[in-house]
Design a protein. Structure first.
Length: 405
């Protein structure tokens, strides 16, 4: 058996927030060299160039070995359906597809005791995990909500996964350590999982999203998946009296900036981040995310409101017809918008169904007498781009962000 290459020791986390279009993926290299991936999925507008670069980085970080853990926040396809692809590699000797080995799979919303990954049924992910292609990872379903706090653990026995333990927990530690210099302790922990939603509907699995905290020294990053208000309420009640999620360095805005998961002011003031990350593709009109109301709420948080940056960060957001009315109240229909752009010599593009139009050069929208927004949908949603004096990172607008803390 070939000797595994020695892992590089670091004094920090290295992170990549990958532009998955309508989707989510975060790849992390820990200070001890172990690699962890949180989600990997897309339901459209995937940036193949950026995704391929991220996959190459994942393989390089694995360094001839495997990865320590995959964290699947919840079973919505735009959070997991690219897992098989990103873990695949071609053996140069046999030309056969092989996969990185994985030690642990940590997830929410188990299908059953005998088929834990049954809800993750897109692109063969369940078979990939349960049929030995990734080695024999241990499986952990995490439940941390208002009524229960435990994990269920499965391991492979006789070619089948069998549940063999249920363990009550206060929190769930994925991995921890101390930097090589010994100056900083670091950890990755799950803080919530399988939180119940108050009402039925398509966001049931979103509330169950695992919430992951990365901590090194005094720096903290919170990854939220598609956490709903119920998930955030649980976090607030559980951690408001400790410093666990107070004054974050980076906060991932839940559910790609959807109003359905708009955070309450009490939660915003508790986590009080310096920077935001929104996992959303560029000119992604599938769900018109992120919404202006969501970013506005976070920009007014104490530390973001008080921390202007000199150069600013390019930010996209969407407004609905009511919010955008003040910016174009002289226009009676979409044809007038196109006529104005044409009159001013602005080049614009459109999708194949003629339901979405946008300026080739978004800065034209900001010129005097222009529209303010640089794109619009026939469903009365309008997309804006501006350079805010805040650190609000969007995976599609900024490309693939590499963040070091």
């Amino acid at each position: 058996m070939p000797k595994m290459k020695e892992k590089q020791q670091l004094e920090e986390f290295e992170m990549i927030f990958v532009d998955m279009g309508q989707g989510d993926c975060c790849i992390i290299r820990c200070p001890d060299g172990n690699v962890i991936m949180v989600d990997c999925g897309s339901s459209g507008n995937l940036d193949l160039k950026g995704y391929t670069a991220a996959k190459q980085q994942l393989l390089a970080w694995a360094n001839g070995g495997g990865i320590y853990a995959i964290i699947l926040t919840h079973p919505d396809r735009d959070h997991y359906n690219m897992t098989e692809n990103i873990l695949s590699k071609v053996n140069p000797l046999s030309s056969k597809t092989e996969y990185l080995k994985v030690d642990h799979v940590i997830f929410s919303t188990a299908y059953s005791e005998k088929s834990p990954m049954g809800n993750y049924n897109q692109n063969g992910i369940c078979s990939l995990i349960c049929d030995g292609y990734l080695g024999n990872p241990q499986l952990y379903e995490i439940t941390m909500n208002d009524t229960n706090s435990y994990y269920l653990q499965w391991e492979q026995k006789n070619s089948n996964y069998q549940k063999y333990t249920k363990e009550d927990i206060i929190g769930f530690n994925v991995i921890k350590g101390t930097t090589v210099s010994g100056k900083k302790k670091w950890s990755i922990d799950i803080l919530a999982g399988n939180v119940l939603r108050d009402k039925s509907g398509p966001l049931n699995t979103n509330a169950a999203s695992l919430v992951t905290l990365l901590r090194i020294g005094d720096e903290k990053i919170l990854l939220t998946g598609d956490s709903t208000v119920e998930t955030q309420d649980f976090l607030y009640k559980t951690y408001k009296k400790s410093d666990t999620i107070k004054n974050l360095t980076i906060f991932q805005v839940p559910h790609h900036g959807s109003e359905e998961c708009l955070s309450k002011s009490s939660f915003i003031n508790l986590v009080n981040p310096e920077q935001l990350v929104v996992s959303v593709g560029i000119i992604n009109d599938s769900y018109c995310l992120p919404r202006y109301k969501v970013l506005e709420a976070w920009i007014n948080a104490n530390r973001l409101a008080g921390l202007d940056v000199k150069e600013g960060v390019v930010t996209d957001y969407w407004k609905d017809d009511f919010e955008a009315a003040a910016d174009y109240n002289s226009f009676k229909n979409f044809n007038e918008i196109l006529a104005l752009w044409t009159k001013k010599g602005y080049k614009y593009l459109q999708n194949s169904s003629n339901t979405f139009y946008w300026l080739k050069n978004p800065s034209d929208a900001r010129l005097k007498g222009s529209t303010g927004f640089y794109g619009f949908k026939n469903t009365s949603f309008y997309i804006y781009r501006e350079q805010a004096q805040k650190q609000i990172w969007q995976t599609g607008v900024m490309g693939n962000i590499k963040s070091l803390i």
